[in-house]
Design a binder for this molecule. Structure first.
Ligand code: B12
Ligand code: SF4
Length: 495
């Protein structure tokens, strides 16, 4: 079958990275393994319209991914396709996994896959192929209520032709991650993408790759959207990761690799084994980074030293807040001294560090937010990343705001966290205060002599000068205007 997988166009109001979508890369890989002809249409880097694309490729099935700010663009994409071409349209990803009916109610969406997608996607493809053997091609017939094609297909919310929405039970998470094929990077035009951290690194985007060595996270921090990956943490074996790592370095020419796991160091022994394998197999010359925070309580000097020998260049920690009480309320299950020690360990061996911080958590006051800024300054990472607290549906913070607070946004496209605008108010925490402290965080952190001198001393800063100037302008000047794309999308007609 011909299979189209689509990443709807969505640019953040900041100058961020554009990297191949790993979820689509996995879905494409399992489809190729099934024997399908697959095209990934990444609207972020494509020039032609999606309508032109489907008319040329004539896919038997289309899959569209959607996180929260992307979901309206996913609906527009589905509509644009259905207007010119008939095929079943399937949505998946973090947003639709939490609110599947919302998307399934749209006339141009047939099926929503909730959670991890590979098995459900292949199941849908198999059922479609079997159906097409005896029938002329028609989505109407395929989704007809009398056919009951999906009645026992787990992990799906779907709509039959009588307008009924069916919510099937969840699908069991993939137990054997080693059984998955490698993400289909060969289907992306790699030269169109940036590297993993373009604000700091000067690596060719076509030589920068992501890898996922584990899925899920056993924690449930109140602000974190954990809709796709279940609470059960599962990992690939070090030997299996090594094979993909070697492929990225030797076949794809990787010059940097980013580990995308939610919690990569949950099982320390596994990471140690991977590090030994990278060293033994002489793959440690290619620098790699932890793109997401690793657990500070499991980042001993011994572990970090070994990882550095294996090529680790930069490590990130989810610090979130500088206030002890707020830290307890967000269920991070770590304390400040542990975080201090993790940074000390990383710095002792010259690893670069990133701290992820949040401004505007429930219960915050001017004092607690100031403590967050002060704690970032104390830790002094090369990147202090302050996010505006954005309550995503499905999180505990979303429920708290719904019950006790007031949302200041009612458009999914505004669910981004670098927009300088407060997303909600709760008790005495006003939007004005949060926005003031958010701007203060960046100014107070970055407009100090040490970060400025540190940046000026790095070669990559000068290579990335135009981008760095743009980022500085956006960060330090208040943003009143919506981005050009938002305006354009609004002009094209909101759904
Ligand atoms: C890497 C990453 C990014 C990168 C790159 C994104 C990319 N191109 O893939 C960058 C830095 C750009 C980014 C940005 C943002 N991100 Co982000 N990101 C991630 C991260 C850490 C990993 C994504 C990943 O590769 N996952 C692994 C793959 C295998 O999973 P997946 O992509 O979800 O796909 C699987 C399923 O969802 C499903 N699926 C997905 N699509 C489809 C489609 C079909 C048809 C089917 C059947 C199934 C299916 O099947 C896939 C395979 O199992 C996740 C956390 C996480 N654990 O996923 C957060 C995460 C996706 N991001 C999140 C957020 C909030 C954002 C931002 C909005 C943040 C912001 N700055 O404001 C932006 C939005 C950017 C945009 N343009 O849309 C949230 C999403 C929450 C939500 N409700 O939407 C997550 C879940 C983090 C979290 N725990 O809160 N992000
Ligand atoms: S913030 Fe990190 S530790 Fe907390 S639930 Fe999300 S992925 Fe897990």
């Amino acid at each position: 079958m011909r299979v189209a997988l689509i990443n709807p166009r969505f640019r953040l109001p900041i100058d961020t990275r554009t990297t191949p979508h790993l979820g689509l890369a996995y879905l494409a890989a399992v489809s190729e393994k099934r024997g399908d002809e697959v095209i990934i249409f990444d609207a972020d880097v494509e020039r032609k319209s999606v309508a032109e694309f489907v008319q040329e490729f004539r896919p038997h099935i289309v899959g569209i991914t959607a996180n929260t700010p992307q979901v309206k663009q996913a609906w527009r994409t589905a509509r644009d396709i259905k207007e010119v071409y008939d095929c079943p349209i399937v949505l998946g990803g973090p947003h639709v996994s939490v609110l599947p009916e919302e998307s399934c109610e749209k006339p141009y969406v047939d099926i929503v896959v909730r959670g991890e997608g590979e098995d459900a996607w292949i199941d849908i493809s198999n059922r479609l192929e079997a159906f097409l053997k005896d029938q002329p091609y028609s989505t109407e017939a395929f989704m007809h209520s009398e056919n009951e094609i999906f009645v026992d297909c787990e992990g799906l919310t779907y709509k039959t032709t009588d307008g009924q929405i069916h919510n099937n039970p969840d699908r069991t998470p993939i137990a054997d991650l080693d059984g998955l094929p490698w993400p289909a990077y060969h289907l992306f035009r790699m030269e169109k993408y940036t590297n993993l951290q373009p604000a700091t690194d000067h690596v060719d985007g076509a030589r920068s790759f992501s890898i996922m060595t584990s899925r899920g996270c056993p924690y449930r921090c109140t602000f974190c959207s954990q809709s796709i990956m279940p609470i059960k943490w599962r990992s690939r074996s070090p030997e299996n990761v090594l094979l993909e790592w070697r492929h990225l370095v030797e076949d794809m020419g990787a010059q940097e690799i980013g580990i995308l796991d939610d919690s990569a160091n949950i099982r320390v022994k596994r990471l140690e084994e991977l590090a030994h394998l990278l060293i033994e197999n002489k793959l440690n010359h290619v620098p790699w980074i932890f793109v997401n925070g690793i657990r500070a309580n499991l980042a001993s000097l011994e572990l970090l030293t070994l990882l550095k020998q294996a090529g680790l260049r930069r490590v990130a920690f989810g610090v979130e807040t500088g206030d002890e009480d707020i830290l307890l309320t967000i269920d991070k299950k770590v304390d400040h001294d542990t975080i201090r020690q993790a940074f000390k360990n990383a710095k002792a061996i010259d690893l670069e560090t990133i701290a992820f911080m949040i401004i505007g958590l429930p219960g915050e006051t001017r004092e607690t937010m100031q403590k967050t800024i002060d704690f970032a300054i104390e830790l002094d990472p090369i990147i202090a990343n302050f996010s505006m607290m954005t309550p995503y549906p499905g999180t505990k913070v979303y429920e708290i705001v719904k019950r006790q607070g007031r949302f200041l946004i009612n458009d999914w496209e505004d669910y981004v966290f670098f927009d300088q605008q407060a997303r909600y108010e709760l008790g005495d925490m006003t939007a004005e205060l949060v926005e003031e402290m958010y701007r203060k965080a960046y100014r107070q952190y970055y407009l100090r002599p040490s970060p400025i001198i540190r940046r000026l001393k790095t070669k990559d800063f000068w290579f990335n000068l135009p981008r760095n100037v743009r980022i500085a302008m956006r960060t330090f000047l208040p943003s009143k205007e919506k981005t050009g794309l938002r305006k354009q999308m609004e002009a094209e007609g909101a759904i």
